[in-house]
Design a protein around this ligand. Sequence first.
Ligand code: ATP
Ligand code: MG
Length: 891
Amino acid sequence: MSRWSFVGRRDELSRLLSAVTGTEGRGLFFSGSAGIGKSRLLREGVAALPRDGYAVWWIAASATTAALPFGGLVQVLPAEQPQGLSPAGILRWAVDVLQQQAAGRRIVLAIDDAHLLDPPSAALVHLVARAENATVIGTLRDSEQLPLPIRALWTDDLVDHVELNPLAPAETTRLLSEMLDGPVDATSADRLGRLSAGNPLLLRELVFAADRGELTRTYGVWKWTGRLELAPNLTDLIDTRIGQLTPGVRAVVELVAFGEPLGLHLLNQAVDPADVEHAEERGLIVVVRDDRRANVRLAHPLYGEVMRRRCPVSRTRRLEARLAELLEQIGKRRRDDLLRVAVWRLDSGTAQDPTLLLDAAGQAFARYDVPLATRLARAALDAGGGFDAAELLATILMFADRPEEAIAVLDAVSAEIHGDRRLSRWLTVRGMVSYWGLSRESTVEEIAARGSTLEDSADQARVLAFEGIMRLHRMDTGLALRLGQTVLDRPAASVSARELARSTIAYLQAAQGQLHRSAAAIDQVQAEAGRWRADMPYLQLALELARGTRLALAGDLAGIDAIVADEFADLAGAGDFRLGTGYLAILQAYAARLRGQSDAALRTSLEACAVLATSRVYAGLAQAERAQAAALRGDAAQAAEAMAEADRTHAPGMAVLYPWLEQARGAVLAAGGDVPGAAKHLVQLADRLRTDGFAGHEVHVLYELVRLDRATAPVGPSCSDGSRRTVAQRLAELSERVDGLLPPLLARHARAAAAGSADDLLAVADGFEALDLAVYAAEATAAALDRLRRQRSPAAGAARERLAALLGRCDLIRTPALQAGAPALSEREWQVARLAADGVTSRVIAEQLYLSARTVENHLQRIYSKLGVTGRAELRAALRAIPGHEGGLAE
Ligand SMILES: Nc1ncnc2c1ncn2[C@@H]1O[C@H](COP(=O)(O)OP(=O)(O)OP(=O)(O)O)[C@@H](O)[C@H]1O
Ligand SMILES: [Mg+2]
């Protein structure tokens, strides 16, 4: 009785179909209680999809696959994942695979029980959902916790949501006759319908549970004489049914409950194939044929839940050990099998093979599942994995923000440091944990001293590369550069040591304004990723920091978008790879801020602060970015509070980030109304940056001065006549030394501001707009408008329109530059002006505001002259061009 036809749900089905075939491209998720019919509905929907033009994947997440990274997509992804990919790399690879297989067709991912997706699979689903040619549909069970990337499908507006209701009585009756393959008498149908409360699974279990004699058929009509009066609990019913299984069938269901999806071949080796058939006949399991092999799954997730709950711990462990054994015997076919075996071994307490565990830990780490990798590596160490296991475990713990434990793990194997090679590895991992994890600055000298005792050139180079990057972070930049160069010059240096050194240099180049050279170096490090990742996965962080710094300094927002979209690796977030996620969130907030999206900037920087709260590496930077976002919104209190947090959390070992923190301090002062104080601070900062040779940062700080109307303020080195240069002059000078499109534009703005040229300011605004730098564009336009208005130039109208359009694209922004030229209207004037701009006549305005018509006219005249417009026609644009007010204009 397993294949009855589908009943009811017409509206839901057609919504599902139009979600896939419609033009909007937005997917659809059904949620509802257990057994209400979500999976069936999804399956019917998928079956009804047109065959042509759609590449459909069916993904059934389950409790067993949820434990493995990419376990949920095991049926979809190729068995072999390329080695050495970053979190983003893995996701990109997986998306490419799907795109290739789709071959131009629309991608449809149908995900049953999406709440059970493992984090990386969930991340991938989210990424696919964002693609133009893809739709995600699926089901969720009520009140289950959702993986973040799945929840984000709603917040990002990629899917709609429909709550699935119980079936109506007439439908339950039809379903009942479908199940029994014949009509059912009205009373029985009514009773069963009420007992099941429209839940198809409950109905089905009630029918299954009917004792011999309770269901009878007379003249073709079914009658139910069961005695139940109150609705039984669904799980109790299943529980009873499972309790009555023969030992053979039970063994089948148990193995599948702990091991699904299980190859049919494997299952048949473990149990009597006749019992497998019985279990299938009785609707407990289903055999799904994929292109590669026949897989067995439970017919319904509740069977697994009941089964697993019923199973005592000792039996669970025996089953898991048995599953591991079976898979080992039959030969691990997929890469995933290694992880499955290892996890079963771990869970069953039979993890004795350190090599297996270490391999599996490496694999889990390569998929950035930090919690699982930690468990496996620890088990490997406990099983006698020795030095190698300790090194891997410590590395993973460092990523998981648990430096104290990492140090303890390393110190426990210090007796096993035989030979130079091990010493060099031990020193570097320990050094990293101690320096960044525990903020112990003396680490640098320690590893330098012990490293110098090494004889082998390659081993020495590894330590030197580490010393170099630590020196960089400590602002010992001259030495950092020399050390980096030394490593690059050593032919014996390993790829990892060399690329770490190159990342150090790439960071320095960016800070110094050599953005092209920095980009080339970063590309080179990236290109070698396959050769360093297994040996030195944390190099990713150095690479990301160098790349992020370069993009931020270049004002390359599109570049930031690209790495955020890629690397933001929901995957990294999901796998608890916090430093990576947190840093990218800071970059994302920065890009949003420069675009004037102050809501997103604040939200994302807050997220970054939350993710990084326990880390000593980027916490201060995250807070500084939050201070900037708050300052942009004119929220002086929050800005000051965030700045105080930045100072509290900023680690001295991260001194190299000082330009960002100090720049934020300037913005915070200005937002608090202390523009002179801000300017003074920024002038000093510019001097310091000049001394440090950080020209890439210096242009930004000088530009902050321009934004505070200090283009002609003295700054920088003295000229030959002993006078100091102005901000504008210094920017002009730097624009020839610092790479990229941005510096000349910043310099031009400074010049135009100094000269008071409205035309130039407008041209500069064009340049900023082309780079999507909306805040700068708006400020330049506002400055131009201010001048045009004072000159009573007819060009003011067009400038005002432009400013209005620019501000219309931004969220709330209140900066000193925008505020400076903005006309100030009184509350009353605002009221009158808004109504007038909406086309309300003076007479009606007068009535609404209880004023005389004459007073309204007087107000309007004053408003026109404050705004520099000639009449009502220009009022609307003029109001929209006033920044930082929640305009009440009807759109
Ligand atoms: N509209 C329907 N017509 C016919 N059979 C249905 C219908 N809805 C559900 N069923 C059957 O009822 C049973 C339970 O439905 P289903 O597995 O879809 O529930 P579910 O909501 O996915 O539950 P869970 O949350 O536990 O996954 C299945 O055997 C299914 O085939
Ligand atoms: Mg289901």
